[in-house]
Design a protein around this ligand. Sequence first.
Ligand code: SF4
Ligand code: SF4
Length: 220
Amino acid sequence: MIIMEQKPFEEILSFLKDEKSIFIVGCAQCATVCKVGGEEEVKAMKDKLESQGKKVSGWVVIDPACQSVEVKKNFQANKDKITSSDAILVMACGNGIQSVKDSAERIKMAKPVHPGCNTLFLGEVVRAGYFEEKCSLCGDCLLEVTGGICPVTRCSKGLLNGPCGGSSEGKCEVDPERDCGWALIYEELKKRGKLDRMKAIQPAKDHSKLIKPRTLTLGS
Ligand code: SF4
Ligand code: SF4
Protein backbone atom coordinates (compact mmCIF):
# COMPACT_ATOMS: atom_id res chain seq x y z
CA MET A 1 0.00 0.00 0.00
CA ILE A 2 0.99 3.65 -0.29
CA ILE A 3 2.46 5.04 2.91
CA MET A 4 1.92 8.71 3.70
CA GLU A 5 1.95 11.25 6.49
CA GLN A 6 -0.22 14.29 7.02
CA LYS A 7 1.33 17.66 6.26
CA PRO A 8 1.76 20.02 9.23
CA PHE A 9 -1.48 21.92 9.81
CA GLU A 10 0.27 25.29 9.47
CA GLU A 11 1.44 24.31 5.99
CA ILE A 12 -2.06 23.24 4.97
CA LEU A 13 -3.44 26.49 6.33
CA SER A 14 -0.94 28.48 4.29
CA PHE A 15 -2.18 26.73 1.10
CA LEU A 16 -5.71 27.86 1.95
CA LYS A 17 -4.95 31.44 2.92
CA ASP A 18 -6.84 32.95 -0.05
CA GLU A 19 -9.79 30.58 0.17
CA LYS A 20 -12.75 30.79 2.51
CA SER A 21 -14.83 27.74 1.69
CA ILE A 22 -13.21 24.30 1.52
CA PHE A 23 -14.48 20.85 0.55
CA ILE A 24 -12.43 18.01 2.07
CA VAL A 25 -11.76 14.68 0.37
CA GLY A 26 -10.30 11.67 2.19
CA CYS A 27 -9.55 8.14 1.00
CA ALA A 28 -11.01 4.96 2.50
CA GLN A 29 -7.99 2.83 1.73
CA CYS A 30 -4.26 3.62 2.22
CA ALA A 31 -4.89 7.07 3.75
CA THR A 32 -7.27 5.49 6.26
CA VAL A 33 -4.78 2.78 7.25
CA CYS A 34 -2.05 5.44 7.62
CA LYS A 35 -4.47 7.48 9.75
CA VAL A 36 -4.10 10.60 7.62
CA GLY A 37 -7.26 10.68 5.49
CA GLY A 38 -9.95 8.44 6.91
CA GLU A 39 -13.26 9.66 8.33
CA GLU A 40 -11.75 10.36 11.74
CA GLU A 41 -8.93 12.51 10.33
CA VAL A 42 -11.20 14.28 7.84
CA LYS A 43 -13.60 15.27 10.64
CA ALA A 44 -10.68 16.42 12.79
CA MET A 45 -9.40 18.53 9.87
CA LYS A 46 -12.86 20.04 9.44
CA ASP A 47 -12.91 21.09 13.11
CA LYS A 48 -9.40 22.56 12.90
CA LEU A 49 -10.16 24.53 9.74
CA GLU A 50 -13.40 25.84 11.22
CA SER A 51 -11.53 26.91 14.35
CA GLN A 52 -9.37 29.03 12.03
CA GLY A 53 -12.41 30.75 10.50
CA LYS A 54 -12.70 28.60 7.37
CA LYS A 55 -16.03 27.33 6.12
CA VAL A 56 -16.04 23.61 5.38
CA SER A 57 -18.80 23.15 2.82
CA GLY A 58 -18.69 19.37 3.08
CA TRP A 59 -16.49 16.31 3.06
CA VAL A 60 -16.35 12.82 1.63
CA VAL A 61 -14.12 9.77 2.07
CA ILE A 62 -13.80 8.10 -1.33
CA ASP A 63 -13.17 4.35 -1.69
CA PRO A 64 -10.58 4.89 -3.12
CA ALA A 65 -9.55 8.43 -4.10
CA CYS A 66 -7.30 7.06 -6.87
CA GLN A 67 -10.19 5.56 -8.83
CA SER A 68 -11.69 8.01 -11.29
CA VAL A 69 -15.12 6.37 -11.40
CA GLU A 70 -15.45 6.59 -7.59
CA VAL A 71 -14.32 10.23 -7.55
CA LYS A 72 -16.85 11.15 -10.22
CA LYS A 73 -19.67 9.30 -8.41
CA ASN A 74 -18.90 11.04 -5.10
CA PHE A 75 -18.50 14.43 -6.73
CA GLN A 76 -21.83 14.15 -8.53
CA ALA A 77 -23.47 13.24 -5.20
CA ASN A 78 -21.93 16.35 -3.59
CA LYS A 79 -22.24 18.65 -6.58
CA ASP A 80 -23.79 21.64 -4.80
CA LYS A 81 -21.30 21.58 -1.92
CA ILE A 82 -18.33 21.30 -4.25
CA THR A 83 -19.61 23.91 -6.68
CA SER A 84 -20.05 26.39 -3.84
CA SER A 85 -16.50 25.79 -2.52
CA ASP A 86 -13.42 27.84 -3.33
CA ALA A 87 -11.11 24.81 -3.19
CA ILE A 88 -10.72 21.12 -2.38
CA LEU A 89 -8.32 19.78 0.24
CA VAL A 90 -7.37 16.15 -0.51
CA MET A 91 -6.14 14.00 2.35
CA ALA A 92 -4.76 11.13 0.28
CA CYS A 93 -1.56 10.14 -1.51
CA GLY A 94 -0.14 12.18 -4.39
CA ASN A 95 -1.80 9.80 -6.82
CA GLY A 96 -5.17 10.27 -5.13
CA ILE A 97 -4.76 14.05 -5.08
CA GLN A 98 -4.14 14.18 -8.83
CA SER A 99 -6.87 11.66 -9.52
CA VAL A 100 -9.33 13.92 -7.70
CA LYS A 101 -8.12 16.95 -9.66
CA ASP A 102 -8.26 15.24 -13.07
CA SER A 103 -11.55 13.44 -12.43
CA ALA A 104 -13.20 16.68 -11.29
CA GLU A 105 -12.02 18.37 -14.50
CA ARG A 106 -13.45 15.53 -16.61
CA ILE A 107 -16.93 16.16 -15.19
CA LYS A 108 -16.54 19.95 -15.38
CA MET A 109 -16.31 20.39 -11.61
CA ALA A 110 -12.73 21.66 -11.55
CA LYS A 111 -11.57 23.49 -8.42
CA PRO A 112 -8.12 24.34 -7.06
CA VAL A 113 -6.89 21.18 -5.32
CA HIS A 114 -4.56 21.32 -2.30
CA PRO A 115 -2.48 18.44 -0.90
CA GLY A 116 -3.02 17.45 2.71
CA CYS A 117 -0.42 14.68 2.81
CA ASN A 118 3.14 13.85 1.96
CA THR A 119 3.44 10.57 0.06
CA LEU A 120 6.40 8.56 1.33
CA PHE A 121 6.73 5.07 -0.12
CA LEU A 122 5.17 1.78 -1.17
CA GLY A 123 5.28 -0.45 1.86
CA GLU A 124 4.04 -3.23 4.05
CA VAL A 125 1.86 -2.72 7.12
CA VAL A 126 3.99 -4.73 9.53
CA ARG A 127 1.68 -3.93 12.41
CA ALA A 128 -0.82 -1.17 13.16
CA GLY A 129 1.01 2.13 12.82
CA TYR A 130 4.33 0.67 11.61
CA PHE A 131 5.21 0.48 7.91
CA GLU A 132 8.28 -0.73 6.02
CA GLU A 133 9.32 0.10 2.47
CA LYS A 134 9.67 -3.08 0.41
CA CYS A 135 9.52 -2.18 -3.32
CA SER A 136 10.61 0.81 -5.41
CA LEU A 137 8.42 -0.03 -8.43
CA CYS A 138 11.39 -0.57 -10.74
CA GLY A 139 9.33 -2.33 -13.43
CA ASP A 140 11.71 -5.31 -13.75
CA CYS A 141 11.42 -7.47 -10.64
CA LEU A 142 14.50 -9.29 -9.37
CA LEU A 143 12.95 -11.04 -6.38
CA GLU A 144 13.26 -14.48 -8.00
CA VAL A 145 17.06 -14.29 -7.95
CA THR A 146 17.45 -12.50 -4.63
CA GLY A 147 15.46 -14.81 -2.39
CA GLY A 148 12.39 -12.58 -2.27
CA ILE A 149 14.30 -9.61 -0.81
CA CYS A 150 14.55 -6.49 -2.95
CA PRO A 151 18.10 -5.17 -3.40
CA VAL A 152 16.86 -2.02 -5.14
CA THR A 153 14.94 -1.01 -2.01
CA ARG A 154 16.49 -2.79 0.95
CA CYS A 155 20.12 -2.07 0.07
CA SER A 156 20.63 1.63 0.86
CA LYS A 157 22.68 2.00 -2.33
CA GLY A 158 20.36 -0.09 -4.49
CA LEU A 159 23.23 -2.42 -5.45
CA LEU A 160 22.28 -5.27 -7.79
CA ASN A 161 25.36 -7.47 -7.56
CA GLY A 162 26.21 -8.10 -3.95
CA PRO A 163 27.19 -5.96 -1.01
CA CYS A 164 29.34 -2.86 -1.08
CA GLY A 165 31.86 -4.08 1.46
CA GLY A 166 30.84 -1.68 4.19
CA SER A 167 28.42 -4.01 5.92
CA SER A 168 29.29 -4.88 9.52
CA GLU A 169 27.65 -7.61 11.59
CA GLY A 170 24.70 -7.68 9.22
CA LYS A 171 24.09 -3.94 9.45
CA CYS A 172 24.32 -1.28 6.74
CA GLU A 173 27.19 1.20 6.69
CA VAL A 174 24.82 3.98 5.63
CA ASP A 175 22.71 3.48 8.77
CA PRO A 176 23.92 0.94 11.36
CA GLU A 177 20.37 0.71 12.69
CA ARG A 178 19.24 -0.93 9.45
CA ASP A 179 19.88 -4.46 8.30
CA CYS A 180 22.18 -4.74 5.28
CA GLY A 181 19.87 -5.78 2.44
CA TRP A 182 22.58 -7.95 0.93
CA ALA A 183 23.29 -9.66 4.25
CA LEU A 184 19.57 -10.54 4.35
CA ILE A 185 19.71 -11.83 0.77
CA TYR A 186 22.81 -13.92 1.54
CA GLU A 187 21.23 -15.49 4.62
CA GLU A 188 18.03 -16.23 2.75
CA LEU A 189 19.78 -17.87 -0.21
CA LYS A 190 22.02 -19.83 2.15
CA LYS A 191 18.98 -21.12 4.04
CA ARG A 192 17.48 -22.28 0.76
CA GLY A 193 20.70 -23.84 -0.55
CA LYS A 194 20.71 -21.35 -3.43
CA LEU A 195 23.90 -19.41 -2.74
CA ASP A 196 25.05 -20.06 -6.32
CA ARG A 197 22.59 -17.34 -7.31
CA MET A 198 24.94 -14.80 -5.72
CA LYS A 199 27.39 -15.54 -8.56
CA ALA A 200 25.00 -14.56 -11.34
CA ILE A 201 25.75 -11.09 -12.68
CA GLN A 202 22.69 -8.89 -12.92
CA PRO A 203 22.80 -6.49 -15.85
CA ALA A 204 22.33 -2.79 -15.19
CA LYS A 205 18.71 -1.83 -14.76
CA ASP A 206 16.79 -1.08 -17.91
CA HIS A 207 15.89 2.49 -17.08
CA SER A 208 13.70 2.78 -20.16
CA LYS A 209 11.11 1.00 -18.00
CA LEU A 210 11.25 3.92 -15.61
CA ILE A 211 10.48 6.69 -18.07
CA LYS A 212 7.56 8.57 -16.57
CA PRO A 213 4.69 8.91 -16.56
CA ARG A 214 4.09 5.22 -17.08
CA THR A 215 0.77 3.78 -18.25
CA LEU A 216 -0.64 0.28 -18.58
CA THR A 217 -3.52 -0.97 -20.65
CA LEU A 218 -4.70 -4.45 -19.71
CA GLY A 219 -4.91 -6.87 -22.63
CA SER A 220 -2.58 -4.86 -24.88
S1 SF4 B 1 13.13 -5.63 -7.89
FE1 SF4 B 1 12.48 -4.53 -6.05
S2 SF4 B 1 11.87 -2.52 -6.82
FE2 SF4 B 1 11.90 -3.86 -8.57
S3 SF4 B 1 9.77 -4.59 -8.75
FE3 SF4 B 1 10.95 -6.14 -7.57
S4 SF4 B 1 10.59 -5.59 -5.44
FE4 SF4 B 1 10.02 -3.80 -6.65
S1 SF4 C 1 26.04 -2.08 3.74
FE1 SF4 C 1 24.62 -3.48 2.69
S2 SF4 C 1 22.64 -2.36 2.54
FE2 SF4 C 1 24.23 -0.87 3.12
S3 SF4 C 1 24.82 0.01 1.19
FE3 SF4 C 1 26.28 -1.67 1.59
S4 SF4 C 1 25.39 -3.50 0.61
FE4 SF4 C 1 23.79 -1.93 0.67
